[in-house]
Design a binder for this molecule. Structure first.
Ligand code: ADP
Ligand code: ASP
Ligand code: MG
Length: 407
């Protein structure tokens, strides 16, 4: 008997009909003789609605209270899923993240799983129950409820699969797998049969929200195969796994976009040691991740320092940086949150000429201005204006001939 972890995202459990549809899929897997542990997301746009509701009550809700509130979305769908299974004659039990033994650190709204104690889940499986776990949440050592960051139910699923030594973690969503670009933006995008952890991790980190990046990271660490497939049909999906030789391809595998980007520029900074460290240390202490960093060549010992952060972190970042900018004698500190990050991803890019120039040419032909560029072994990223993101992705998809599928 195989143990399988399945995860169903928000659009797959958006209403009563969809919950019943998912229940039938869970039963089909159970009837094949599998032990099934299911992770569910909140129904439809529930998480967004709860955030809006909280802000109506208090524009700056305390993070602790907000996490408890958001965790309720997944609790609702887990209980309804158990009820749907009961109604169809199957034994099932819903568990919250804390009941399922998911322990996290105490960074509210982006907590990381520190440990899973799956005793309760195993006990329920032994009793013959299908176990439905509320995704996206856990409990700190101090017994406070946390959430794992937007899209975090994927991470709950892969972490549980690893802890339970499941055969596979199946992520069911509203698209048929991982595509060469978001199929809602590029209709010609091609579904990948398989993709390695490295490339998938890069795509996810760079904004392809079909998988939460930390879920891919966990998959890689525990060598857990992950299937991404549709919850609406039975077409074969994409397998994310580790058995793909790194150097075989030399091809762009996919394009990612991230609209959650804001740029901060500290203008007229004196060019002397210690300045960058003063700025970035304070951001790190506030748990704000800094992404692309560019420092201009200095003229008369004065330079500009530009970096990007997630849009949700911009206000906090600006309030921390402004006093420092003043104290180091910088002229100004400005921000722009109407940007997008567009990346091409594929192993072996840095050592193969032509990718960067191909990307820049495709963007210039569309008259798209590139504001910042970063490259690594596996990706090339350009920061551009948000309102040109779709044009950029479509042009890049064509330039790198991604609609023609795997070679
Ligand atoms: P769920 O609610 O099931 O977790 P998400 O909305 O988080 O689903 O993720 C699925 C969405 O990811 C798709 O609807 C699609 O728009 C988007 N997406 C972005 N990039 C890709 C890609 N490369 N392949 C497939 N889907 C992608
Ligand atoms: N409900 C959460 C969100 O909307 C977590 C998830 O769906 O994975 O981000
Ligand atoms: Mg998701």
């Amino acid at each position: 008997m195989a143990l399988i972890v399945q995860k169903y995202g928000g659009s797959s459990v958006a209403d009563a009909d969809k919950i019943n549809n998912v229940a039938r899929r869970i039963i089909a897997s159970n009837n094949k003789g599998n032990e099934v542990v299911v992770v569910v997301s909140a129904m439809g746009k529930t998480t967004d609605e709860l955030i809006q509701l909280a802000r109506k009550i208090n524009p700056k809700p305390e993070e602790r209270e907000l996490d408890v509130l958001l965790s309720t979305g997944e609790i609702v769908s887990s209980t309804l899923m158990a009820m749907a299974l009961h109604n169809m004659g199957y034994k099932a039990v819903s568990l919250s993240g804390p009941q399922a033994g998911i322990e996290t650190d105490s960074v509210y709204s982006k907590a990381r799983i520190t440990r899973i104690e799956p005793r309760r889940i195993l006990k329920e499986l032994e009793k013959g129950n299908i176990v439905i776990v509320a995704g996206f949440q856990g409990l700190t050592k101090e017994e406070d409820i946390t959430t794992l960051g937007r899209g975090g139910s994927d991470t709950t699923a892969v972490a549980l699969a690893a802890a339970l030594k499941a055969q596979i973690c199946e992520i069911y969503t509203d698209v048929e797998g991982v595509f060469t670009a978001d199929p809602h933006i590029v209709p010609e995008a091609h579904k990948l049969k398989e993709i390695g952890y490295e490339e998938m991790l890069e795509l996810a980190t760079l904004g392809a929200k079909v998988m939460h990046s930390r879920a891919v990271e966990l998959g890689q660490v525990y060598n857990m195969p992950i299937l991404v497939a549709s919850s609406f049909n039975d077409k074969p999906g994409t397998i994310i796994h580790g058995g793909i030789p790194m150097e075989i391809r030399n091809k762009v595998r996919g394009i990612a976009q991230d609209l959650n980007v804001a740029k901060v520029t500290v203008v007229g900074v004196p060019d002397r040691p210690g300045i960058a460290s003063a700025i970035f240390e304070v951001l790190a202490k506030a748990n704000i991740s800094v992404d692309t960093i560019v420092q201009n060549a200095s003229i008369n010992n004065i330079t500009d320092l530009t970096f990007t952060v997630a849009r949700g972190d911009l206000d906090k970042a600006m309030s921390l940086i402004k006093p420092i900018a003043k104290s180091i004698g910088a002229k100004d500190c400005v921000s722009d949150s109407t940007l997008a990050k567009i990346s091409i991803v594929g192993t072996g890019m840095q050592n193969t000429p032509g990718y960067a120039s191909g990307m820049f040419k495709a963007l210039s032909e569309q008259n798209i201005n590139i504001q910042l560029i970063t490259t690594s072994e596996i990706k090339i990223t350009c920061i551009i204006a948000e309102n040109r993101a779709k044009d950029a992705i479509k042009a890049l998809h064509k330039t790198f001939a991604l609609e023609y599928g795997e070679s």
